[in-house]
Write a protein that binds this ligand. Structure first.
Ligand SMILES: O=c1ccn([C@@H]2O[C@H](COP(=O)(O)OP(=O)(O)O[C@H]3O[C@H](CO)[C@@H](O)[C@H](O)[C@H]3O)[C@@H](O)[C@H]2O)c(=O)[nH]1
Ligand SMILES: [Mn+2]
Length: 713
């Protein structure tokens, strides 16, 4: 084929067919299954005496060697091309044509610049006359309207001038998968939508349709039809010969395809019976439903229940024909058909049946004969052609505009929902002028002293305690007395701490117990690992006075209680009203009436260590106790604490409890769970606040924990 020729071209998908000539008709074949279509098209053009050359584009890697050989015998030129797939084939499913995944391969037409003009024709087209005049079109692109969407063209028949600019543009578009039908027709229509293209008559690409207007229009125009195109998944050779009883455009046009097929590929009955029919190849027939021919030229298809009826008469071009492929259920009907000449009578001669080729040698018994054919003798041979284009590639002057609607819209950020106020927990949080806040230990400013972790307490006897270093339990550091923030750490001082002689009293008490030999002292061992701000060294500390003996109910002395604190300004209500004041507990004296010295004296008198030695005073109900009037000045630290009566209806359990510890005659260490946790009912200060530092050390470790919590709220 010479450079600058025109060509009819066809593409058999997975078998592509082309036709080259002075100009060229091209077809595309990409699959073996389209071979019958490509073969019928080539013959139909030749039968119609086209002056043009015929070429077929093929995708070599998807075709059998026999298919290529067949195409070579049918076409002037076989042009291998690369397969182009659609990276985004979802739209193909809209057409239910997933088999068209490689339809973009058609784009290769535009790079065949060795041809002046190409008329491309699908492999499922049959020509009724040769449309050579299409090569004279001025326009660089021409196509006929599509029957489904007439504003669009059908890409089954196109007259085009190859151009590398268009090729690269289409290739780029194809690589994005931008096609409304997922295949070449969508892609090409989108490309030519805003370009000049020439619309040619529907008679060049007549697609049978069931549209209501089709039949009358078909009758009117049928003499002018150049080419018939069997669009859709059902191709004539795939459905086989079906009995066409109802006349109509579709069946008439289908008959035209079968007429060409039969003319070139179907053996006549006479040939068949005489055995003279010896086609060069049966490749085409093997791809036609119901037409496969066995190696010894006997029809081997099994679709017919009456294989002898299968050799139909050669139908006239254009007439619908009937073959033995369609079983007759009624014998009368069959005879009638024979009489009318619709079918031929069943041959009575014995037909040769298929027999497998005999073995040349028995591989189980002997080595291969020395003169045997080489094993690869029948292997298919693939031919690859070099690009014959003598021109160097020159980049096109301009590329098409990139698609405009290819951005990703970042979803707009939703406005953040308004911050929700924490639910009020404490009554004062419901008040408008006080904003609810939560403060956690880790949020505390750096200046706030940290608690040193409590070392593990260990049990020793009091004797041991004397040799061992004093209690290392860290003391809660003193903090500002009542800062504005109600949950700031609290000072642990209280009234008893300030009373001169309290230490002496407690020590005496301990000594009394020691004499009895039954008191265990719980103290902590080991150094605290770090010295936090406010840490008090062992020497600065009081000795450990943690006792774990508890007195029995009989031994328990009744003691005076710590007084209720003075009303503290700036806590509940900034001193402006009295609403926030808790009522004083029953039996708890007012701070104003509190005389620590006197109380200590009373304590001495009532408890075990008096001049008279150990005595156990009878129990007295705290509520019935007389509260002595206070004459002594109140220690400042005591005023710092809101007095909160201990739970239990105002009974002075705190102090009583500590005394219990001191007088318990048996050494019993309460388990952590058995030790009550004394928690203030208001903002968490523990009972130890009301019992003084000396007494504080008498608390169990659990109680210490509770205190720590209260301070750290
Ligand atoms: O497996 C395949 C599939 C397709 N083809 C070739 O590609 C052409 C197009 O496929 P076809 O089955 O004929 O498609 P149509 O049913 O005709 O569908 C329409 O839609 C297709 C996709 O847009 C267009 O290619 C057609 O021109 C258009 O008529 C065929 O004719 C063949 O030449 C193969 O060789 N092997
Ligand atoms: Mn087609």
């Amino acid at each position: 084929m010479a450079v600058g020729e025109d060509v009819y071209c066809t593409v058999g998908f997975l078998e592509l067919l082309f036709f080259p000539a002075e100009l060229i008709v091209l077809q595309l074949v990409m699959s073996d299954s389209y071979l019958p279509g490509a073969a019928v098209l080539a013959h139909s053009l030749r039968d119609a005496q086209t002056k043009k050359k015929l070429a077929v584009m093929v995708t070599m890697d998807s075709l059998r060697a026999t298919t290529i050989t067949e195409l070579k015998s049918l076409y002037d030129s076989v042009l291998p091309v690369e397969r182009i797939s659609n990276p985004n084939p979802s739209n193909l499913y809209l057409m239910k044509r997933s088999d068209l995944l490689f339809a973009f391969t058609k784009v290769n037409l535009w790079r065949l610049t060795q041809f002046r003009k190409i008329v491309y024709i699908d492999a499922d087209v049959v020509a009724l006359r040769a449309p050579d005049e299409l090569f004279d079109l001025e326009s660089s692109f021409a196509a006929a309207p599509d029957v489904g969407w007439p504003d669009a063209f059908n890409s089954g028949v196109m007259a085009l001038t190859p151009h590398m600019g268009d090729y690269w543009a289409l290739k780029t578009l194809a690589s994005t998968g931008d096609s409304f039908d997922g295949a070449d027709q969508g892609l090409l229509n989108q490309y030519y939508e805003h370009r000049d293209w020439q619309r040619i008559s529907f008679t060049y690409n007549c697609t049978p349709s069931a549209n209501y207007q089709y039949e009358p229009a078909y009758r009117y125009h049928k003499s002018k039809i150049s080419m018939v195109h069997f669009i859709g998944a059902e191709k004539p050779w795939l459905t086989g010969r079906t009995r066409q009883r109802t006349p109509g455009a579709y069946n008439e046009l289908l008959g035209r395809w079968w007429a060409v097929y039969d003319r070139h590929f179907k053996a006549s009955t006479t040939d068949y019976i005489s055995g003279e029919y010896a086609p060069a190849s049966t490749t085409v027939q093997s791809q036609v439903k119901g037409e496969a021919i066995s190696a010894d030229h006997g029809y081997s298809h099994t679709t017919s229940s009456q294989p002898m009826l299968e050799h139909a008469v050669q139908p006239e071009p254009g007439s619908s024909h009937m073959t033995a492929d369609q079983p007759f259920t009624d014998p009368g009907e069959m005879v009638e058909s024979i009489e009318r000449g619709v079918i031929e009578p069943t041959p009575t001669a014995q037909v040769r049946r298929f027999s497998a080729p005999h073995m040349e040698w028995d591989a189980t018994r002997a080595p291969p004969p020395a003169d045997a054919k080489p094993e690869a003798a029948n292997f298919p041979s693939d031919q690859y052609l070099f690009n014959e284009d003598p021109n160097l590639f020159r980049a096109p002057q301009s590329y098409p505009e990139p698609p405009k609607d290819m951005w990703y819209e970042v979803p707009k950020e939703k406005p953040a929902p308004p911050e929700e106020k924490p639910k009020p927990i404490f009554p004062w949080e419901e008040r408008e002028d006080r904003k609810p806040t939560r403060v956690f230990a880790e949020d505390m400013p750096a200046s706030q002293p940290e608690l040193v972790p409590e070392p593990t307490p260990a049990l020793t006897s009091l004797e041991d305690e004397e040799q061992s270093p004093p209690n290392t339990t860290p003391m809660t550091p003193a903090a500002n007395v009542f800062p504005d923030e109600p949950f700031a750490p609290m000072d642990t001082k209280n009234a008893w701490d300030e009373v001169a002689g309290i230490d002496e009293y407690v020590r005496a008490l301990t000594a009394a117990q020691r004499n009895r030999g039954k008191v265990q002292v719980l103290h902590t061992t080991g150094e605290a690992p770090t010295r936090a701000p406010g840490f008090i060294s062992k020497r600065e500390r009081r000795e450990s006075l943690i006792l774990t003996d508890f007195p029995t109910a009989v031994e328990r002395p009744s003691l005076p209680v710590t007084p209720a604190p003075l009303a503290r300004p700036n806590f509940w209500s900034d001193g402006r009203d009295e609403a926030g004041q808790l009522p004083g507990a029953q039996g708890v004296p007012d701070q104003a009436d509190w005389d620590p010295a006197e109380k200590l004296e009373e304590l001495r008198r009532n408890s075990l260590i008096g001049p008279g030695g150990l005595k156990l005073p009878p129990m007295r109900h705290p509520g019935k106790r007389d509260m002595p009037p206070s004459s002594m000045p109140i220690p400042e630290a005591a005023l710092a604490y809101p007095h909160v009566p201990l739970s239990g209806g105002g009974s002075p359990h705190g102090l009583e409890k500590h005394v219990k510890v001191l007088v318990e005659p048996t050494a019993v260490v309460p388990s952590a769970s058995a030790v009550p946790t004394l928690t203030m009912p208001d903002f968490g200060a523990s009972s130890t606040m009301a019992t003084g530092r000396a007494m504080e050390n008498v608390l169990s470790p659990t109680e210490h924990g509770s205190r720590s919590f209260g301070e750290n709220i």
